[in-house]
Write a protein that binds this ligand. Sequence first.
Ligand code: ADP
Ligand code: MG
Length: 327
Amino acid sequence: MKHILLVITTFLLASCTQQAAYRTDSGVVFGTYYKVIYASSENLHEGIKGALRSVNSSLSTFDSTSIISRINRNDTTVVVDSLFALVFTTAQQVSAQTNGAFDITVAPLVNAWGFGFDPTRKRTQSIIDSLKRCVGYQKVSLKANKVNKAIPCVQLDASAIAKGLGCDVVAQFLESKGVCHYLVDIGGEMRLKGANAQGNRWRVGVQQPTEDSLLVSNQVASILSVTDVGVATSGNYRQFYYQEGKKISHTIDPRLGTPCHHSLLSATVIAPTAMLADAYATAFMVIGNKDSICTIAQEQQLGVYLLYASQDSIESVCNPLFESYVN
Ligand code: ADP
Ligand code: MG
Protein backbone atom coordinates (compact mmCIF):
# COMPACT_ATOMS: atom_id res chain seq x y z
CA MET A 1 0.00 0.00 0.00
CA LYS A 2 1.32 3.44 -0.74
CA HIS A 3 0.29 6.96 -0.02
CA ILE A 4 2.58 8.85 -2.31
CA LEU A 5 0.11 11.53 -3.29
CA LEU A 6 -1.51 13.25 -0.35
CA VAL A 7 -4.76 15.16 -0.40
CA ILE A 8 -4.56 18.52 1.29
CA THR A 9 -8.08 19.54 2.25
CA THR A 10 -10.22 21.72 4.41
CA PHE A 11 -13.96 21.34 4.61
CA LEU A 12 -16.28 24.20 3.88
CA LEU A 13 -19.22 24.60 1.58
CA ALA A 14 -19.23 24.08 -2.16
CA SER A 15 -20.68 26.01 -5.00
CA CYS A 16 -21.69 24.37 -8.26
CA THR A 17 -25.04 24.73 -9.98
CA GLN A 18 -26.41 24.51 -6.47
CA GLN A 19 -24.71 24.57 -3.10
CA ALA A 20 -23.99 21.12 -1.77
CA ALA A 21 -21.92 19.91 1.14
CA TYR A 22 -18.72 17.99 0.49
CA ARG A 23 -18.92 14.34 1.43
CA THR A 24 -16.09 11.87 1.97
CA ASP A 25 -16.48 8.15 1.35
CA SER A 26 -13.67 5.70 1.87
CA GLY A 27 -12.87 2.01 2.03
CA VAL A 28 -10.58 -0.68 0.73
CA VAL A 29 -10.19 -1.82 -2.87
CA PHE A 30 -7.50 -3.44 -5.09
CA GLY A 31 -5.43 -4.17 -1.97
CA THR A 32 -5.26 -0.49 -1.06
CA TYR A 33 -7.50 2.33 0.18
CA TYR A 34 -9.88 4.58 -1.69
CA LYS A 35 -11.12 7.98 -0.69
CA VAL A 36 -13.65 10.02 -2.63
CA ILE A 37 -14.48 13.63 -1.76
CA TYR A 38 -17.42 15.09 -3.67
CA ALA A 39 -19.97 17.86 -3.52
CA SER A 40 -23.45 16.36 -3.53
CA SER A 41 -26.68 16.61 -1.62
CA GLU A 42 -26.98 12.84 -2.09
CA ASN A 43 -24.89 10.07 -0.52
CA LEU A 44 -23.42 8.23 -3.52
CA HIS A 45 -21.27 5.67 -1.72
CA GLU A 46 -23.23 2.64 -2.95
CA GLY A 47 -22.78 3.74 -6.55
CA ILE A 48 -19.08 4.40 -5.96
CA LYS A 49 -18.69 0.88 -4.56
CA GLY A 50 -20.55 -0.50 -7.58
CA ALA A 51 -18.19 1.33 -9.96
CA LEU A 52 -15.17 -0.11 -8.14
CA ARG A 53 -16.67 -3.60 -8.22
CA SER A 54 -17.03 -3.37 -11.99
CA VAL A 55 -13.30 -2.65 -12.34
CA ASN A 56 -12.47 -5.47 -9.97
CA SER A 57 -14.56 -8.06 -11.78
CA SER A 58 -12.99 -7.09 -15.07
CA LEU A 59 -9.32 -6.50 -14.20
CA SER A 60 -8.32 -7.92 -10.82
CA THR A 61 -5.88 -10.81 -11.04
CA PHE A 62 -6.62 -11.44 -7.35
CA ASP A 63 -10.22 -12.40 -8.19
CA SER A 64 -10.24 -15.83 -9.83
CA THR A 65 -13.60 -15.13 -11.52
CA SER A 66 -12.53 -11.85 -13.17
CA ILE A 67 -12.22 -11.52 -16.93
CA ILE A 68 -8.43 -11.06 -16.71
CA SER A 69 -8.04 -14.18 -14.51
CA ARG A 70 -10.06 -16.24 -16.95
CA ILE A 71 -7.91 -15.00 -19.82
CA ASN A 72 -4.83 -15.94 -17.79
CA ARG A 73 -6.24 -19.46 -17.45
CA ASN A 74 -6.76 -19.61 -21.24
CA ASP A 75 -10.55 -19.80 -20.91
CA THR A 76 -11.41 -19.48 -24.61
CA THR A 77 -15.07 -18.69 -23.94
CA VAL A 78 -14.33 -15.34 -22.33
CA VAL A 79 -15.60 -12.20 -24.05
CA VAL A 80 -14.15 -8.98 -22.65
CA ASP A 81 -16.24 -6.07 -21.37
CA SER A 82 -15.80 -2.38 -22.21
CA LEU A 83 -13.52 -1.66 -19.22
CA PHE A 84 -11.18 -4.49 -20.18
CA ALA A 85 -11.16 -3.32 -23.80
CA LEU A 86 -10.35 0.25 -22.74
CA VAL A 87 -7.48 -0.82 -20.47
CA PHE A 88 -6.11 -3.27 -23.02
CA THR A 89 -6.14 -0.76 -25.87
CA THR A 90 -4.63 1.99 -23.72
CA ALA A 91 -1.96 -0.35 -22.35
CA GLN A 92 -0.99 -1.41 -25.88
CA GLN A 93 -0.68 2.23 -26.94
CA VAL A 94 1.49 3.08 -23.92
CA SER A 95 3.64 0.01 -24.68
CA ALA A 96 4.19 1.17 -28.25
CA GLN A 97 4.96 4.73 -27.11
CA THR A 98 7.44 3.58 -24.47
CA ASN A 99 9.19 0.96 -26.60
CA GLY A 100 7.83 -1.85 -24.44
CA ALA A 101 8.88 -0.41 -21.07
CA PHE A 102 5.23 -0.58 -20.04
CA ASP A 103 3.78 -3.99 -20.80
CA ILE A 104 0.82 -5.76 -19.20
CA THR A 105 2.15 -9.12 -20.44
CA VAL A 106 4.83 -8.76 -17.75
CA ALA A 107 2.71 -10.99 -15.43
CA PRO A 108 4.89 -14.16 -15.53
CA LEU A 109 7.97 -12.12 -14.64
CA VAL A 110 6.18 -10.21 -11.85
CA ASN A 111 5.14 -13.55 -10.35
CA ALA A 112 8.65 -14.99 -10.74
CA TRP A 113 10.11 -12.05 -8.85
CA GLY A 114 7.64 -12.59 -6.01
CA PHE A 115 5.18 -9.73 -6.48
CA GLY A 116 2.18 -10.79 -8.54
CA PHE A 117 -0.98 -12.81 -8.12
CA ASP A 118 1.01 -16.06 -8.11
CA PRO A 119 4.29 -15.17 -6.38
CA THR A 120 6.93 -17.89 -6.45
CA ARG A 121 10.32 -16.21 -5.89
CA LYS A 122 11.82 -19.30 -7.53
CA ARG A 123 14.00 -18.31 -10.40
CA THR A 124 17.23 -18.96 -12.18
CA GLN A 125 18.55 -17.24 -15.25
CA SER A 126 17.16 -20.07 -17.37
CA ILE A 127 13.69 -19.75 -15.76
CA ILE A 128 13.73 -16.00 -16.43
CA ASP A 129 14.88 -16.59 -20.02
CA SER A 130 12.11 -19.08 -20.66
CA LEU A 131 9.51 -16.75 -19.08
CA LYS A 132 10.70 -13.94 -21.35
CA ARG A 133 9.37 -15.97 -24.27
CA CYS A 134 5.87 -15.48 -22.79
CA VAL A 135 6.31 -11.70 -22.42
CA GLY A 136 5.82 -8.98 -25.03
CA TYR A 137 2.89 -6.74 -25.87
CA GLN A 138 3.05 -7.77 -29.51
CA LYS A 139 2.25 -11.35 -28.48
CA VAL A 140 -1.32 -10.45 -27.61
CA SER A 141 -4.16 -8.73 -29.45
CA LEU A 142 -7.86 -7.98 -29.10
CA LYS A 143 -10.26 -8.85 -31.89
CA ALA A 144 -14.06 -8.94 -31.73
CA ASN A 145 -13.83 -8.64 -27.92
CA LYS A 146 -11.63 -11.71 -27.61
CA VAL A 147 -8.00 -11.79 -26.55
CA ASN A 148 -5.68 -13.72 -28.86
CA LYS A 149 -2.34 -14.97 -27.60
CA ALA A 150 0.65 -15.83 -29.80
CA ILE A 151 1.65 -18.46 -27.20
CA PRO A 152 -0.57 -19.94 -24.46
CA CYS A 153 1.84 -18.98 -21.65
CA VAL A 154 1.11 -15.25 -22.14
CA GLN A 155 -0.55 -13.81 -19.01
CA LEU A 156 -1.72 -10.30 -18.19
CA ASP A 157 -1.20 -8.05 -15.14
CA ALA A 158 -3.14 -4.77 -15.15
CA SER A 159 -1.98 -3.65 -11.67
CA ALA A 160 -0.02 -0.72 -13.07
CA ILE A 161 -3.06 0.83 -14.76
CA ALA A 162 -6.19 -0.50 -12.96
CA LYS A 163 -6.10 1.89 -10.01
CA GLY A 164 -6.01 4.81 -12.44
CA LEU A 165 -8.90 3.31 -14.40
CA GLY A 166 -10.79 2.87 -11.11
CA CYS A 167 -10.45 6.62 -10.45
CA ASP A 168 -11.78 7.41 -13.92
CA VAL A 169 -14.72 5.00 -13.59
CA VAL A 170 -15.73 6.52 -10.24
CA ALA A 171 -15.34 9.99 -11.78
CA GLN A 172 -17.61 9.00 -14.65
CA PHE A 173 -20.20 7.68 -12.22
CA LEU A 174 -20.11 10.92 -10.20
CA GLU A 175 -20.52 12.98 -13.37
CA SER A 176 -23.51 10.85 -14.39
CA LYS A 177 -25.04 11.96 -11.09
CA GLY A 178 -24.41 15.62 -11.87
CA VAL A 179 -21.45 16.00 -9.49
CA CYS A 180 -19.05 18.65 -10.76
CA HIS A 181 -16.58 18.91 -7.86
CA TYR A 182 -14.76 15.80 -6.82
CA LEU A 183 -11.47 14.14 -5.95
CA VAL A 184 -11.11 10.38 -6.36
CA ASP A 185 -8.03 8.85 -4.71
CA ILE A 186 -7.22 5.14 -5.03
CA GLY A 187 -3.97 4.24 -3.31
CA GLY A 188 -2.44 7.58 -4.25
CA GLU A 189 -3.61 7.70 -7.89
CA MET A 190 -6.12 10.51 -8.40
CA ARG A 191 -8.70 12.03 -10.68
CA LEU A 192 -9.88 15.55 -9.88
CA LYS A 193 -12.50 17.94 -11.16
CA GLY A 194 -13.97 21.31 -10.26
CA ALA A 195 -13.02 22.95 -7.00
CA ASN A 196 -12.34 21.95 -3.43
CA ALA A 197 -14.51 23.05 -0.53
CA GLN A 198 -12.85 26.46 -0.50
CA GLY A 199 -13.65 27.04 -4.14
CA ASN A 200 -10.02 26.62 -5.22
CA ARG A 201 -8.25 24.03 -7.33
CA TRP A 202 -7.55 20.79 -5.47
CA ARG A 203 -4.25 20.72 -3.61
CA VAL A 204 -2.21 17.55 -3.87
CA GLY A 205 1.13 16.86 -2.19
CA VAL A 206 3.80 14.66 -3.75
CA GLN A 207 5.46 12.74 -0.99
CA GLN A 208 9.20 12.85 -0.43
CA PRO A 209 10.50 9.30 -1.02
CA THR A 210 12.31 7.47 1.74
CA GLU A 211 14.66 4.51 1.26
CA ASP A 212 13.08 2.60 4.14
CA SER A 213 9.79 0.94 3.20
CA LEU A 214 8.71 0.82 6.87
CA LEU A 215 9.29 4.49 7.37
CA VAL A 216 6.32 6.58 6.32
CA SER A 217 7.53 9.96 5.26
CA ASN A 218 5.06 12.77 5.68
CA GLN A 219 7.44 15.19 4.09
CA VAL A 220 6.04 16.74 0.97
CA ALA A 221 8.41 17.25 -1.97
CA SER A 222 6.03 19.36 -4.02
CA ILE A 223 2.49 20.76 -3.74
CA LEU A 224 0.24 20.96 -6.78
CA SER A 225 -2.92 22.92 -7.48
CA VAL A 226 -4.83 20.80 -9.97
CA THR A 227 -8.21 20.21 -11.51
CA ASP A 228 -9.70 18.38 -14.53
CA VAL A 229 -6.77 15.96 -14.67
CA GLY A 230 -5.49 12.62 -13.46
CA VAL A 231 -2.36 12.45 -11.27
CA ALA A 232 -0.38 9.33 -10.42
CA THR A 233 2.88 8.51 -8.72
CA SER A 234 4.88 5.34 -9.05
CA GLY A 235 7.73 4.66 -6.68
CA ASN A 236 10.33 2.03 -6.12
CA TYR A 237 10.85 2.85 -2.47
CA ARG A 238 7.78 1.16 -0.98
CA GLN A 239 7.32 -2.14 -2.77
CA PHE A 240 10.61 -4.00 -2.65
CA TYR A 241 12.61 -6.55 -0.69
CA TYR A 242 16.29 -7.28 -0.29
CA GLN A 243 17.93 -10.43 -1.55
CA GLU A 244 21.64 -11.03 -1.08
CA GLY A 245 22.02 -7.34 -0.35
CA LYS A 246 20.33 -6.36 -3.60
CA LYS A 247 17.13 -4.37 -3.76
CA ILE A 248 14.42 -6.19 -5.71
CA SER A 249 11.78 -3.68 -6.80
CA HIS A 250 8.25 -4.41 -8.02
CA THR A 251 8.79 -2.60 -11.30
CA ILE A 252 10.12 -5.07 -13.84
CA ASP A 253 11.80 -4.23 -17.13
CA PRO A 254 9.84 -6.57 -19.45
CA ARG A 255 12.60 -6.48 -22.04
CA LEU A 256 15.32 -7.62 -19.65
CA GLY A 257 13.17 -9.78 -17.40
CA THR A 258 14.63 -8.21 -14.27
CA PRO A 259 13.58 -5.62 -11.66
CA CYS A 260 14.66 -2.06 -12.44
CA HIS A 261 17.78 -0.74 -10.75
CA HIS A 262 18.39 2.92 -11.12
CA SER A 263 18.42 6.03 -9.03
CA LEU A 264 14.91 7.17 -9.97
CA LEU A 265 12.91 6.95 -6.71
CA SER A 266 9.54 8.16 -7.95
CA ALA A 267 7.77 9.44 -11.05
CA THR A 268 4.66 11.61 -10.83
CA VAL A 269 2.59 12.17 -13.96
CA ILE A 270 -0.25 14.58 -14.73
CA ALA A 271 -2.43 13.45 -17.66
CA PRO A 272 -5.98 13.96 -18.94
CA THR A 273 -7.08 10.73 -17.21
CA ALA A 274 -5.88 8.87 -14.13
CA MET A 275 -5.51 5.71 -16.23
CA LEU A 276 -2.95 7.38 -18.50
CA ALA A 277 -1.16 9.01 -15.56
CA ASP A 278 -0.93 5.61 -13.81
CA ALA A 279 0.40 3.79 -16.87
CA TYR A 280 3.01 6.42 -17.74
CA ALA A 281 4.16 6.76 -14.12
CA THR A 282 4.99 3.04 -14.12
CA ALA A 283 6.53 3.23 -17.59
CA PHE A 284 8.79 6.08 -16.45
CA MET A 285 9.97 4.06 -13.45
CA VAL A 286 11.09 1.38 -15.92
CA ILE A 287 12.76 3.85 -18.30
CA GLY A 288 14.60 5.72 -15.55
CA ASN A 289 16.59 7.90 -17.91
CA LYS A 290 15.67 11.57 -17.53
CA ASP A 291 16.10 12.58 -21.17
CA SER A 292 14.08 9.67 -22.55
CA ILE A 293 11.28 10.35 -20.05
CA CYS A 294 11.18 14.06 -20.87
CA THR A 295 10.99 13.30 -24.60
CA ILE A 296 7.98 11.00 -24.12
CA ALA A 297 6.32 13.49 -21.76
CA GLN A 298 6.75 16.21 -24.39
CA GLU A 299 5.33 13.99 -27.18
CA GLN A 300 2.34 12.88 -25.09
CA GLN A 301 1.79 16.28 -23.43
CA LEU A 302 2.20 14.95 -19.92
CA GLY A 303 3.29 16.81 -16.83
CA VAL A 304 6.15 14.92 -15.19
CA TYR A 305 8.07 15.20 -11.92
CA LEU A 306 10.96 12.85 -11.17
CA LEU A 307 12.80 12.38 -7.88
CA TYR A 308 16.29 10.87 -8.13
CA ALA A 309 18.55 9.65 -5.34
CA SER A 310 21.87 11.42 -5.54
CA GLN A 311 24.78 11.19 -3.08
CA ASP A 312 23.29 12.71 0.08
CA SER A 313 20.15 14.25 -1.24
CA ILE A 314 17.19 13.86 -3.54
CA GLU A 315 17.28 15.66 -6.86
CA SER A 316 14.13 16.68 -8.68
CA VAL A 317 13.44 17.12 -12.38
CA CYS A 318 10.18 18.43 -13.82
CA ASN A 319 8.91 19.72 -17.14
CA PRO A 320 7.17 23.08 -17.77
CA LEU A 321 3.70 21.50 -17.88
CA PHE A 322 4.18 20.03 -14.41
CA GLU A 323 5.71 23.31 -13.22
CA SER A 324 2.53 25.13 -14.25
CA TYR A 325 0.61 23.13 -11.62
CA VAL A 326 3.10 23.67 -8.78
CA ASN A 327 1.65 25.91 -6.16
P1 ADP B 1 2.15 1.25 -7.43
O1 ADP B 1 1.10 2.28 -7.75
O2 ADP B 1 1.68 0.14 -6.54
O3 ADP B 1 3.52 1.80 -7.11
P2 ADP B 1 2.42 0.80 -10.27
O4 ADP B 1 1.25 1.52 -10.83
O5 ADP B 1 3.75 1.34 -10.63
O6 ADP B 1 2.36 0.52 -8.75
O7 ADP B 1 2.33 -0.71 -10.75
C1 ADP B 1 3.28 -1.65 -10.30
C2 ADP B 1 2.76 -3.04 -10.58
O8 ADP B 1 2.61 -3.17 -12.00
C3 ADP B 1 3.70 -4.15 -10.17
O9 ADP B 1 3.43 -4.58 -8.86
C4 ADP B 1 3.40 -5.22 -11.21
O10 ADP B 1 2.24 -5.94 -10.84
C5 ADP B 1 3.09 -4.41 -12.45
N1 ADP B 1 4.29 -4.14 -13.28
C6 ADP B 1 5.60 -4.26 -12.96
N2 ADP B 1 6.38 -3.90 -13.98
C7 ADP B 1 5.55 -3.51 -14.99
C8 ADP B 1 5.75 -3.04 -16.32
N3 ADP B 1 6.98 -2.87 -16.82
N4 ADP B 1 4.66 -2.77 -17.08
C9 ADP B 1 3.41 -2.92 -16.60
N5 ADP B 1 3.16 -3.37 -15.34
C10 ADP B 1 4.20 -3.66 -14.55
MG1 MG C 1 1.03 2.70 -12.50
